[in-house]
Write a protein that binds this ligand. Sequence first.
Ligand SMILES: *[C@@H]1O[C@H](CO)[C@@H](O)[C@H](O)[C@H]1NC(C)=O
Ligand SMILES: *[C@@H]1O[C@H](CO)[C@@H](O)[C@H](O)[C@H]1NC(C)=O
Length: 319
Amino acid sequence: TTQSPLGGARNDSCFCCSMESGVRIYNVEPLMEKGHLVLIWDDARECRDAKDKLVLEFTFTKPVLAVRMRHDKIVMVLKNRIYVYSFPDTPLKLFEFDTRDNPKGLCDLCPSLDKQLLVFPGHKCGSLQLVDLSNTKPGTSSAPFTINAHQSEIACVALNQPGSVVASASRKGTLIRLFDTNSRDKLVELRRGTDPATLYCLNFSHDSSFLCASSDKGTVHIFALKDTKLNRRSALARVGKVGPVIGQYVDSQWSLASFTVPAECACICAFGKNTSKNVNSVIAICVDGTFHKYVFTPDGNCNREAFDVYLDICDDDDF
Ligand SMILES: *[C@@H]1O[C@H](CO)[C@@H](O)[C@H](O)[C@H]1NC(C)=O
Ligand SMILES: *[C@@H]1O[C@H](CO)[C@@H](O)[C@H](O)[C@H]1NC(C)=O
């Protein structure tokens, strides 16, 4: 096997070794693996011993593929099950959901105070399951609802900040579909391209005006949602003039702008913070260590503002 021990025995009770696939932690007395851990620590806590910074520890018998947090909850995603705990004081298990095989740990949790929406792949291929954790009593089997979003397996899913819209893409990676999380109506279909692609990441801008998407084609696409039904409807809904728009055919829309990053290199993208000096920026971070920042205008101009190799800019003293 290809293991490369990293740490030796520490605190006389545990040791860890780093494998190509991750880190394994063992107890010394008796010698046993500690299972799969999720550790939460507080870096700001003043203490002499680094281990006193540890705040919470969760142990699972199977690998944890993703973790999502909001101010009052923490969600752990395993291959076939999702656990929801209260957070951060004395975590209690609130819910668990069985899922379809979810090897990428797909799941998103809405940060909104008003809405506690959780989304993950549903049991049926290509479907999304949504659960409002505030409407669900802990320990009871909730009434989740399903959106049949795609024909093939879900590859990516994201909620906007208020939790009113969910965006998803399938393994085909050509289309991104947006649905209203209340009515389950399809709001708009965005076209990433015509060739199949692996989507790595979808993110909404803070105000839900834009969506960015990265893929193995080495492009990051920026979609404008302002003129789509999504925002027109909500604007209309505010003046109370809209009826349900069900079954209506929606044309797919092409992106407003795009930029290139290294191809076939996993990459996450997100909108930069909108300030008076920094308006409409997208940041992409790739596993090859490159950092890309682009600014774009609402009419589709897109220019590089920064590029760096983030693995090279670390101060050695910090490590
Ligand atoms: C953007 O998407 C990535 C991957 O899906 C996710 O980890 C991250 O939290 C998102 N960022 C924001 C600001 O929503
Ligand atoms: C940035 O702010 C402007 C002005 O408020 C807004 O129109 C735009 O949608 C925002 N962009 C992003 C990426 O949040």
